[in-house]
Write a protein that binds this ligand. Structure first.
Ligand code: DHE
Length: 586
């Protein structure tokens, strides 16, 4: 079985980008930057801070015995560090899932040690950057010297910067008062075109591309407002676009940049607060911001800097990972990765913001709701655990080891197991296992919040699982598996055939082959159902300059239904059906 280290070191992460000074006309810089974003699947699958990597930062205060490094080398080192190292070691080098690299440590280790460590890596998960060819000899040398300097400190991004970037493109009073198009919005798919910094709006019935819209750089995910009218999209550069799907052709009506690196966005869903607020979470600076749901006006910034839940030691950059909206209370559920805390943010009074801070587990990442939408189940992936939160009581319910390596559920998958009752599923990045956790404390109390079943899919490197209330199938991808055929296939388990304690059979769908793409090594990522739950869409994600595709499979027959190919579909990855995403159906 491929260790995560093998997965990491086999996948090349390439990225080309322009220098971006944070000051100056942000939008113009971003446009240039977007054209250059070009990464293959994130080999290390940890934070790639392309945007931070473009900043021109001062060399921090020199000291007499500082190693000599010139600005040009320093810029090269920053780019490499933010894009390849910061995801594990932290932007400020204070450690995250990887060790701290502050100068008290690096100077103790010395240049030679750092140089060989970067070259050869370590079995504990540090990629062999030198011997794998990811970094040249010269780059390894620069990095070893760079680490002997104080860490760079990227700029903050407060209200002044947010207001500078904030644009209301179409004021609420100038927007349509009724839907101006005949698009079946509830069955529309918002498709991430990752390296193009765009999304495609594709009709869930006709497969017609209704619009290709400019968004943030290295765009990441889409979420839908409670009314289903507004689509919110966040770029890794922290740019949020709010798209009005009632317009003749859906278009951006407001945008803002909430930070320099960001990954999550959501809107208020509680009755009486529909479309009232939006929220976005940033990796850098470590913060989340609550905005007006109609205009994206920034209203309240909350820093997540603070103390790690168990050690009670300070962490300077706890990243905001998944954010979900409670269906039970006017609260946002905010995962804070490095401190292992979950904020239940009460949005009824922003001036007197009430936050229930729940001690959970470190390295929280993605997650979703159970089928009742009461429980939030999220992966603390670097600690191989699932954390369960009761959103009705705003309380921790359980922390459960998945018995697998690096759970990565996306929003997970809810279904009724023939023997175990209601369960929620996650697959794993670090091995080929799928874990089912019991989600029915009333009817199946003995199973509740325990791993009731583990079985095996195609291979390690899985990123997403998916099912639908109308489906009898559980789909599991293997996107980052090093084997080309495996990463281009998907495993399908027939739910009604699952038996307690028995290793289930699965059907392998050769999605990549069905796409008919002969160049490159396209990977299949993220199953997403249409609204009715009759079709499953898969992205066939190829390099930016090669043909990608979206493959549609009939959920009943598991046969190929459609291959959507269009030169505008550049590096499609996440797909978000409007109704299923709005109503948390998965
Ligand atoms: Fe994602 C969700 C973070 C790389 C595709 N990704 C998320 C979420 C987080 C996250 C915190 C949950 C958001 C939420 O629910 O509010 N992703 C990160 C990273 O830190 C990481 C590992 C590296 C990085 O620098 O971004 C990363 N993600 C990727 C990819 O390389 C993927 C595969 C392709 C791409 O488009 O970038 C990718 N991430 C996705 C998708 C989702 C996601 C499709 C939403 C899944 C869903 O069904 O909701």
């Amino acid at each position: 079985m491929q260790s995560i280290q093998a997965i990491r070191s086999r996948l090349l992460l390439t990225s080309a980008a322009l220098a971006l000074a944070v000051a100056g006309p942000v939008a113009a810089q971003e446009e240039d930057l977007k054209k250059e974003h070009d990464t293959s699947p994130a080999g290390q699958y940890v934070g790639e801070y392309d945007t931070l990597g473009q900043l021109n930062l001062e060399i921090p205060g020199r000291r007499p015995n500082d190693p000599v490094i010139n600005q040009e080398e320093y810029d090269i080192a920053n780019k490499i560090y933010f894009e390849r190292c910061a995801g594990c070691h932290g932007v400020l080098r204070r450690g995250a899932t990887g060790k701290a690299l502050t100068v008290d440590i690096t100077r103790d280790l010395g240049y030679e040690h750092l140089h060989s460590f970067i070259t050869y890596g370590s079995p504990a998960g540090m990629p062999n950057w030198g011997t794998s060819g990811d970094l040249s000899e010269e780059e390894v040398d620069i990095m070893a010297r760079y680490l002997l300097l104080d860490p760079a400190s990227p700029p903050e991004w407060g209200m002044d910067k947010m207001l500078e970037s904030w644009k209301v493109v179409v004021a609420p009073e100038d927007r349509p008062t009724e839907k101006m198009n005949d698009i079946d919005i509830d069955n529309l798919m918002s498709v991430t075109l990752r390296d193009a910094g765009q999304i495609a709006l594709i009709d869930g019935t006709t497969y017609e591309i209704h619009a290709i819209l400019e968004t943030g750089y290295a765009v990441h995910i889409s979420r839908i407002s409670a009314s289903g009218r507004y689509l919110l999209v966040i770029g890794r550069d922290g740019r949020v676009n709010m798209i009005d799907m009632w317009m003749e052709t859906p278009a951006t009506v407001a945008e803002i940049k909430v930070g320099i690196e960001a990954r999550s966005v959501e809107t208020s869903k509680m009755e009486g607060y529909e479309d009232k607020y939006a929220i976005a979470g940033a990796y850098w600076p470590p913060q989340y911001v609550i905005m007006d749901g109609n205009t994206l006006e920034p209203l309240k910034i909350k820093s997540t800097r603070g103390y790690i839940y168990d050690e009670q030691t300070y962490h300077p950059e706890p990243r905001v990972a998944a954010i979900l909206s409670s269906h039970y209370k006017p609260e946002f559920i905010v995962n804070i990765k490095e401190t292992g805390k979950i904020h239940m943010v009460d949005y009824t009074d922003l001036k007197n913001l009430k936050i229930t801070e729940i001690e959970a587990e470190r390295f929280l990442h993605d997650g979703g709701l159970d089928s009742t939408k009461r429980y939030f189940i999220t992966a603390a992936n670097a600690r191989n655990k699932l954390v369960v939160i009761d959103t009705k009581e705003s309380k921790l319910v359980a922390i459960t080891d998945t018995e697998g390596l690096t759970p990565h559920p996306g929003r997970g998958a809810n279904f009724v197991h023939p023997d175990h009752g209601p369960v929620w599923a996650t697959s794993h990045l670090g091995d080929e296992s799928v874990a089912l956790i019991g989600t029915d404390p009333e009817g199946h109390a003995d199973n509740a919040w325990k791993i009731v079943e583990t079985f095996y899919a195609l291979g390690g490197g899985s990123l997403f699982v998916k099912t639908h209330p109308e489906s009898d199938n559980l789909y599991v991808d293997a996107t980052l598996n090093p084997d080309a055929e495996t990463s281009a296939s998907v495993a399908v388990f027939k739910i009604s055939d699952l038996k307690a304690g028995e290793e289930p059979e699965y059907t392998t769908l050769p999605i990549g082959e069905w796409a008919g793409i002969t160049e490159g090594q396209p990977r299949v990522v993220q199953p997403e159902f249409n609204q009715a739950g009759t079709e499953v869409w898969f992205s066939v994600w190829n390099a930016k300059d090669l043909v990608s595709a979206i493959v549609v499979v009939d959920d009943k027959t598991l046969e190929l239904k459609e291959v959507i190919k269009d030169e505008r579909l550049i590096t499609p990855t996440g797909k978000f059906n409007v109704f299923n995403t709005r109503a948390d159906v998965y």
